[in-house]
Ligand binder design. Structure first.
Ligand code: PGA
Length: 260
């Protein structure tokens, strides 16, 4: 799907992280979400399960409104790389998106250089990278520079056509997960999204092209705050962690996106 179509629809991405613990639970969750997500006109829902469930969930995909993504992909195609899974395997398993550079992977040692290598490889397939950026803390004034540099590194040596295919997810690390310091406000998100659009406009030498790149927000999104982020934080969608593990709560989120 072209980015301009994304832009018309809200993009709601579920990052299941290392959950659930069985394939049958994953299928039950996917089936409950797909039942509603596949009927929505204004939302594209992307479920990113652990890789081991990708193929079996792929058989359950019924529409382009509810599709699959991976949480990571290695940068080589094939070979002696124990434990790694390549972008072509992910594409062949019918996924359409790949999350890259999530802060939990960066915390395990993934560098900006690795993120860039992964993005370049993913773009060789009809896959869309969801590139996560975000500062560790708001304590110093240079958080904007951190985000800017992450985007610059992510886009290193990418052509304009490649940059146009990216989705950017702004995920302030201090607002993610059960250890969140405090919630990010819609205004704080709005300001960063504006800055990200400017960085993209500079890279693309075009603010029109930059406007078509979907920017998501992620960090403690719930059924309670999803609508307010979607209406006032300047974003095109959400990347949802914990709340995506409860199908009822996640369905409330996608339904609220449908109404906007
Ligand atoms: P959270 O996670 O919604 O549980 O804060 C978001 C993420 O890590 O993508």
């Amino acid at each position: 799907m072209e980015n301009k179509d994304h832009y018309a629809k809200k993009l709601i991405v579920a990052n299941w992280k290392m959950n659930p613990s069985s394939g049958s639970d994953a299928r039950t969750m996917f089936s409950a979400i797909n039942k509603v997500a596949s009927t929505l006109q204004n939302v594209e829902t992307v479920i990113c399960p652990p890789l081991i469930y990708l193929e079996s969930l792929g058989e359950m995909v019924t529409t382009r409104s509810c599709v699959l993504g991976a949480q990571d992909a290695f940068w080589e195609h094939v070979g002696a790389y124990t434990g790694q899974v390549s972008a072509d395997m992910i594409f062949n398993a019918k996924a359409r998106y790949v999350i890259v550079g999530h802060s939990e992977r960066r915390a395990m040692g993934e560098t900006d250089e690795v993120v860039n290598k992964k993005i370049k490889n993913i773009l060789q397939f009809p896959l869309i990278p969801i590139v996560c950026v975000g500062e560790l803390s708001r304590d110093s004034d240079d958080y904007a520079m951190v985000i800017k540099q992450q985007i610059h590194h992510a886009c290193h040596q990418l052509s304009v056509d490649h940059i146009k295919r990216l989705v950017i997810a702004y995920e302030p690390v201090w607002a993610i997960g059960s250890g969140a310091v405090r919630p990010c406000t819609e205004q704080e998100c709005f300001d960063v999204v504006l800055m990200i659009r400017q960085v993209l406009a500079d890279l693309l030498s075009s603010s029109d092209l930059a406007k078509n790149i979907p920017i998501l927000y992620g960090g403690s999104i719930s059924a309670e705050n999803a609508q307010s982020f979607l209406t006032s934080a300047g974003i095109d969608g959400l990347l949802v962690g914990r709340a995506s593990l409860d199908p009822e709560q996640f369905i409330t989120i996608i339904r609220s996106a449908e109404k906007i």
